[in-house]
Ligand binder design. Structure first.
Ligand code: ADP
Ligand code: MG
Length: 247
């Protein structure tokens, strides 16, 4: 991690309101290239909303977001171009259910990046092998286990060569014995230097892999620091009582 370089994510004064409900109340956050940041906090604290603002699945009410070189809050922002550089993995996989596993990885490359089909197929096979999915190319997502589907979802997100990966509770929908296989893929990605912002309740993952942990509560970042500080030695009563409940 090089803290001297321009941050790959720069969020300033981010507010998000849904009607009268102010969900994000002034978020300032910088993420350096190659940094792994885990976002923890109680249900309803605004974690998903924050992540969704970073690839503009939600429109910020106020504030600025620059991510992977794109000024997302500029009026003339090219969102398709920006989303190509920002991969997202969801709790419920969100694979294209009517397509084969192979096509889930081929179609985005061909449509979004205009990569020739044969090259896209070769890259899809390489990525599937990398996440440990082999011999399932012609299966449909519903024929795979949850852990396999989530590994395919990670491979699909990587297929368009993002510079930044966002994960929203990627293991929360999985049976406990399967969680490890998805976390292992994420650890590998972190080790390769991918910049990652990860919402998770897996405190052991945060402790091992994160460069920094953010504790979000009530739409504000209450604590931010290395995992050894935030997880083992929280400063605020809010973080202490949250961690007491989840650890
Ligand atoms: P978390 O991911 O931390 O559990 P969320 O970001 O999903 O929290 O939600 C924070 C708050 O924002 C909740 O009160 C939720 O009801 C509200 N919220 C999220 N998305 C929407 C939406 N599309 N419309 C209205 N309210 C929303
Ligand atoms: Mg959420």
């Amino acid at each position: 991690m090089n803290t001297e370089a321009t941050p790959i994510v720069e969020i300033q004064g981010l507010h998000k309101r849904f009607g009268d409900n102010e969900v994000l109340k002034g978020i300032d956050l910088q993420i350096a290239e190659g940094e792994v940041v885990c976002l923890i906090g109680p249900s309803g604290s605004g974690k998903s909303t924050l992540l969704r603002c970073v690839n503009l699945l939600e429109t910020p009410t106020e504030g600025t977001i620059v991510a992977a070189g794109h000024d997302l809050t500029a009026r003339d922002a090219d969102l398709d171009l920006a989303r190509r550089d920002i991969g997202m993995v969801f709790q419920h996989f969100n694979l294209f259910s009517h397509m084969t596993i192979l096509d889930n990885l081929v179609v985005p490359q061909v449509r979004v990046c205009k990569i020739p089909k044969a090259k896209a197929v070769a890259e899809a096979r390489r990525l599937l092998a990398e996440v440990g999915i082999e011999g399932k190319e012609q299966a449909k997502p519903s024929q795979l286990s949850g852990g396999q589907q989530q590994r395919v979802a990670i491979a699909r997100a990587l297929a368009v060569k993002p510079r930044l990966m966002l994960f929203d509770e990627p293991t929360s929908a999985l049976d406990p014995e399967i969680v490890g296989e998805v976390l292992a893929v994420m650890k590998g990605l972190a080790a390769e230097g991918m910049t990652m912002l990860v919402v998770t309740h897996e405190m052991s993952f945060a402790r091992e892999v994160a460069d920094r942990v953010l504790f979000l509560d009530g739409g504000v970042i209450v604590e931010s620091g290395p995992p050894a500080d935030v997880l083992a030695n929280p400063k605020t009563e809010r973080a202490r009582s949250f961690l007491h409940r989840v650890l």
